[in-house]
Design a protein around this ligand. Structure first.
Ligand code: 6GU
Length: 312
């Protein structure tokens, strides 16, 4: 028997609502926490909160990556007690999930009645003006996997959610981006730091490898400011169903734009093996570095999202 995505998402929502107190059962805002940004869940008010590990949520996929927990948190945020749902950890395409599975939680948010989604992720910086630890408010994307056929809306259109050919030219809501700017300035006044917030374009790649130098230069020349392995499928599915979206990348490492070192480069010729390895590893992306940058910037990201939620 095949059941529609809408049917399965409804099943999930019904099972959650059986266990949720009425004041938490209709969150207006969903927040997706990216790699190392699970601390966002700490900003949920302690007095009213319900959480489940993904393994205990009907129809939910499991995340398999270190540093990516999997839990669903319902609660309220801020003095205004805005009802929210947090997705701590997400299913990625590179784990082998289909695009349908990757975006299932987004469908569940729609059926829950969510109006606005705030998505966060860890990304590599391609814009040479960006530093590790900076935050990028996304204003557009390159759906590279989608352009070659791995698209979350491929297949029969789910009429319960939206139209066959949804536009994406205004996917990144301008008034939400203005709110992000104001909230950032406000946070900066209370907590000065070197960290900057930019606006930029996110390139979605399938992963799991980080990009080669040549790929980084290609993505940069395509107009991308950051590159990562998530978020875009969720944004597309959210926009298809009419939810508003805003998304933030935390720059956890800067991509290497210089060409590969040539094997005949003069400076290499006298190096021993260890020296050569150290020389060649400059700028090489690794998962630990990504998690570390997340830790030190997580508090700012939390402060930013909390301010935004209070204003929505
Ligand atoms: Cl450099 N690339 C990709 N694809 N994802 C990342 C990243 C880089 N840094 C963090 N996530």
């Amino acid at each position: 028997m095949t059941t529609s995505i809408f049917h399965r998402a409804t099943e999930t929502v019904e099972s959650l609502r059986l266990k949720l107190p009425a004041q938490l059962a209709r969150p207006r805002i969903a927040i997706v926490c990216g790699s190392g940004l699970g601390g966002l869940a700490e900003t949920v008010n302690r007095n009213s909160r319900e959480e489940w590990e993904y393994k205990d949520v009907a129809n939910f996929p499991l995340s398999t990556v270190a540093g990516h927990e999997g839990k669903l948190v319902f609660g309220t945020m801020g003095r205004e007690e805005v009802p929210v749902v947090l997705l701590v950890g997400r299913a990625h395409f590179y784990e082998g999930h289909s695009m349908e599975v990757v975006t299932f939680a987004t469908r569940v948010c729609k059926v829950l009645g969510v109006e606005t989604m705030i998505l966060t992720n860890a990304a590599g910086g391609l814009n040479p003006n960006y530093a590790v630890g900076d935050i990028v408010c996304l204003n557009d994307h390159l759906n590279l996997a989608g352009l070659v056929g791995f698209h979350p809306l491929r297949g029969p259109n789910e009429e319960d959610f939206g139209v066959r050919f949804p536009p994406l030219s205004d996917a990144y809501d301008i008034s939400l981006r203005q709110l992000a700017r104001r909230s950032w300035q406000n946070l900066r006044q209370q907590r000065p730091s070197e960290r900057r917030m930019h606006e930029g374009v996110y390139a979605f790649v399938a992963g799991p490898t980080y990009e080669t130098r040549a790929e980084c230069r290609m993505l940069r020349s395509f107009g991308a400011d950051v590159v990562g392995m998530s978020t875009v499928p969720e944004i597309i599915v959210a926009r298809h169903s009419g939810m508003r979206v805003m998304a933030f990348s935390l720059v956890t490492n800067t991509a290497v734009l210089e060409p590969a070192v040539r094997a005949d480069a003069p400076e290499l010729q006298d190096m021993g093996a260890a020296e050569l390895d150290a020389y060649l590893s400059r700028g090489r992306a690794n998962h630990e570095e990504v998690l570390e940058a997340g830790k030190s910037a997580a508090l700012d990201m939390q402060g930013l999202v909390l301010r935004i939620v209070s204003e929505l």
